[in-house]
Design a protein around this ligand. Sequence first.
Ligand code: SF4
Length: 404
Amino acid sequence: MSRPELLIPAGNLEKLRTAVLYGADAVYVGVAGLSLRAKQAEFSMEDLELGTKEAHQKGVKVYGALNIFARNRDLDKVAKTVNNLADLKIDGLIISDPGVLETVKKIQPGIPIHLSTQANTTNAAAVRFWKNQGVERVVLARELTLAEIGEIAGEVPEVEVELFIHGAMCMAYSGRCYLSAFRNRRSSNQGDCTQPCRWEYRLVESTRPNSPLIVEEDDNYSYLLSSKDLCMIEYLPEVLKSGVTSLKVEGRMKSAYYVAVVTRAYRWALDAYLKDSDHYQCLPEWVAELEKISYRGYTTGFYFQDQKINETNPGVKYIQTHDLAGTVLEYDRIEKRILVGVRNRLSGDDQVELLLPNDTIDLDLSRMTDSQGSPIREAHNGYQVYLPYTAEVPKGTVLRRRIV
Ligand code: SF4
């Protein structure tokens, strides 16, 4: 088996650096206006140039998502962007629209093309079709079972298969959904989903608008359409045996904290599997880590035939026990302390952990000082504070705070 790739979402330069620090083999990024994500999860060309250079220096690949369903008016911008990305030596383009694919083949035939999950590829004949169009890798539809995926990968071994292993699921077929367009005039198919499937809904009988029927699952509402999140860390052997090349994490809109925790947990798991695949065991602490990000309960989605499909968790909107406390800006070797850029409000009593790539360390916030070295009890978002720490810590290391 060739070494599988851990592919992490990078919504901006900070998240790209976080993904690289915590062990991604590759990241995928959005380019302004041309990827299926809202503007806050897209790179400027300047940031992308810098991020790609840094990633390549660490041996990490960078793929660009150009997966909009382009209108005629988008095509000139597509061509210009593709040329710019070629200059950056981007490692592949994720595409769903045949017109965009044709454009790339015509003007930059050397860039590997990955077919987005938005193209809903569900069988070997479709994979062969896309191969004949010049596609090197296919992100198969999330609705397939692992058995079907194994069959497809076996029938068309010359095409790489990429699979989602973690992250949010859609209630619609691979995101082909109009809820957001109808409710907010912001279309999922143009990268602008406002996630109305996660909203709180009440059932109202038309002649009695003021007396809603509440299908009560918690104190107030029921989240009927909100799918649990995908999590496959316990089933890595099954996933890898299906012949996939790339293990993809969803979430370009998610925080740097999410990127750090998910990348680190799957890096640990994947390394353990690669070291001794016969004795792979998913350690409870890896799962516990993934329960320290905001999530809606976990599911294995559609991957196992005998399980319930894409479950919802009607009583749960989000589960969140920790959040981002800050990131390390630099290590002061002389004073043996870390300079932290604070996110959220911190107080001396908070329980805060430093997430090193291979370890988690409790920090004592009662020893927090300002830049002059004076003790402080509280720090707000945007502050810079020092905390004593005796060993070198990489820049960008994430700190998290317990909130419940
Ligand atoms: S509204 Fe929900 S189901 Fe529809 S595309 Fe957005 S996340 Fe998916």
